[in-house]
Design a protein around this ligand. Structure first.
Ligand code: FEO
Ligand code: CA
Ligand code: CA
Length: 564
């Protein structure tokens, strides 16, 4: 195993953390490595978060200052536009049958998890995997076909087309295919999900211990033990839309853990991670082996959180690892003084003293977690501009977060920030932060959303300008796009346009295969603003003989792969 040089950035120098990741992490590195291959912790974390951003030799490659492609121009074409030498293939579009019992792929794909088929045996196949696909929401024009008053039938169709798909895929003869597997399944708005953590059985959920379904599945994360964290983002509107279905808003808005390898394991809502508009969960290990998840609350003037498990990760005990996220502490970021502030009713008096008029704002930890946003603001959490995805740099542990925009106070273009934890330890309670890249005409991008790192530590980002109306972005940006940023060297923070998506689509869920040769990307809501089925604004990925655009997963190839 090679000792990798570690960036000594401004933040690292200030924090005096000129440590190699390996020397810094001790037993946690060994622990993380054992579940996959003998690689460094940073490599294992990259694999957990990014589906395997390590070279075929198990070594992180040297940083790169230039992209592996020739940058493309903005466009409004109704396709995926890529640099010369790259190509895409439609894989797992909405509506395709993929399970033995005839279930179909859900709508509006978002986070994509890549779980190598041999992961639990210590392998990391790049040609065969269980993929998990989040399905964030439906467009009633396309799903159920009824945009007026919802019938019971319409509601049922919508509830079956959200949630998560677990899909086995294989690369054969140069093409990716969906293949049969008993683990192929849908988790939708009807599936039984168990509540865990302080809210389980509490008054907040009227004593419930099991609830129906997972909805609003936006971004997510992968754990080192090979499970999916799917994040429930926009969950409030369904109370009215699905009236009479039994939908309960308080049962949604959590992080749900799903084991793609074990359909018999009931999915679990991790209430200790709080309830808010969960965008994502980026999972790493603290130096002492506790599990840390970074999370954003995607709303204007909302906060960034981290959850730290009470227990430590033991890679030899997967059964115990699957319980780790049931118990731990939730913190909110205060960017004013660079601290993580504890959201615990019994241990933070500010939560006991918080008032709404003359009434206490909270009377229990369950209430704190159920309205984590109010609790965060009550203890000095910093409201930021729509925190979308968060990812951890595979080489130096810096944490990057996309702040997509905030029209409330003139931040139309958004920015990507990054911070360094004290001692480069994800378990630390202090950090230093700064801006990595600003959106705007000068950089070419706007509204950063999902992020993914490659093996070299380059950042890849997709934009979401969906809600921006007629502001100046339309003039320079074209359709939503994917950008590449070096994070080290002379071009650090410079945006290179790699891909442009179809009309009215957002590209989401980027994840690389472990060898770096395939990029999986979800194409969400193409043709979203179509006024009717006769006036479609996009026909992207329409089924043969039809014109209705379909959200889909695509596999993009042409990458050289990681080279040590
Ligand atoms: Fe579902 Fe915040 O994007
Ligand atoms: Ca998003
Ligand atoms: Ca978004």
């Amino acid at each position: 195993m090679t000792q990798h040089p570690v960036e000594t950035s401004f933040w690292h120098r200030l924090l005096d953390t000129k440590l190699t990741r390996r020397s810094a992490v001790g037993s946690a590195a060994v622990a993380a490595a054992a579940v996959t291959l003998p690689v460094t912790l940073s490599d294992a974390q990259a694999q957990a978060n990014n589906g395997g951003a390590v070279s075929p030799t198990g070594q992180a490659a040297a940083p790169r200052s230039f992209p592996p492609f020739r940058m493309i121009e903005p466009t409004t074409a109704d396709t995926i536009t890529l640099p010369a030498g790259y190509r895409f293939q439609v894989l797992a579009p909405w509506g395709e049958k993929f399970t033995d019992d005839g279930r179909t792929i859900g709508f509006n794909h978002d986070f994509v998890g890549f779980f190598p088929i041999d992961l639990l045996e210590g392998g990391r196949s790049s040609t065969e995997a269980l993929l998990t696909i989040n399905h964030e929401y439906v467009n009633p024009l396309f799903v159920g076909g009824n945009t007026k008053e919802r019938t019971a039938q319409q509601i049922r169709a919508e509830m079956q087309d959200v949630g998560v798909s677990v899909v086995r895929v294989r690369r054969e003869a140069g093409t990716w295919k969906v293949v049969p597997d008993p683990r192929n399944r849908r988790i939708d708005a009807f599936t039984d999900v168990e509540l865990t953590g302080p809210v389980r059985g509490s008054a907040v959920v009227k004593g419930a211990t099991t609830v129906k379904g997972t909805v609003g599945n936006c971004s997510g994360g992968q754990t080192p033990w090979g499970t999916l964290l799917t994040c429930e983002e926009n969950v409030d509107g369904y109370q009215k839309a699905w009236e009479g279905s039994g939908y309960e808003a308080m049962h949604q808005g959590w992080v749900t853990e799903i084991d793609p390898f074990d359909p018999a394991w009931t999915p679990k809502k991790r209430t200790g991670m709080g309830r808010f508009r969960h965008e994502n969960a980026a999972v790493v290990l603290a130096k002492d082996g506790r599990v840390v998840a970074y999370m954003g609350d995607d709303m204007q003037d909302a906060c960034i959180y981290k959850f730290v498990s009470r227990g430590k990760y033991d890679p030899k005990n997967r059964a115990a690892a699957r319980d780790l996220l049931a118990d731990g502490d939730l913190y909110v970021a205060n960017f004013g003084n660079g601290t993580w502030v504890l959201l615990d009713y019994d241990r933070n008096k500010k939560l006991q003293d918080a008032r709404n008029g003359d009434k206490p704002l909270f009377t229990s930890q369950a209430e704190v977690l159920a309205d984590a946003r109010a609790a965060a603001l009550a203890v000095g959490g910093t409201p930021v501009d729509r925190p979308e995805d968060i990812e951890v740099h595979p080489r130096n542990g810096d944490v990057y977060a996309a702040l997509t925009n905030n029209s409330k106070h003139g931040n139309f273009f958004g920015q990507i920030i990054k911070w360094t934890e004290a001692g480069s330890d994800p378990g630390a309670l202090k950090f230093l932060w700064g801006v990595f890249a600003y959106g705007g005409p000068q950089s070419g991008f706007a509204s950063p959303d999902n992020l993914v790192f490659d093996a070299y530590g380059n950042l890849w980002m997709v934009t979401d300008n969906s809600d921006l109306g007629t502001n100046p972005i339309k003039a320079y940006h074209g359709n939503n796009a994917m950008f590449f940023f070096p994070t080290e060297g002379p071009n650090a923070g410079k945006a290179y346009r790699f891909a442009v998506g179809p009309v009215e689509a957002e590209m989401t869920g980027p994840v690389f295969s472990p060898d770096g040769r395939t990029l999986f990307l979800a194409i969400q809501h193409p043709g979203e603003d179509s006024p009717s089925l006769d006036q479609l604004t996009s026909t992207f990925a329409a089924a043969p003989g039809t014109k209705i655009p379909r959200p889909t997963l695509v596999a993009i190839e042409g990458f050289p792969g990681w080279r040590a």
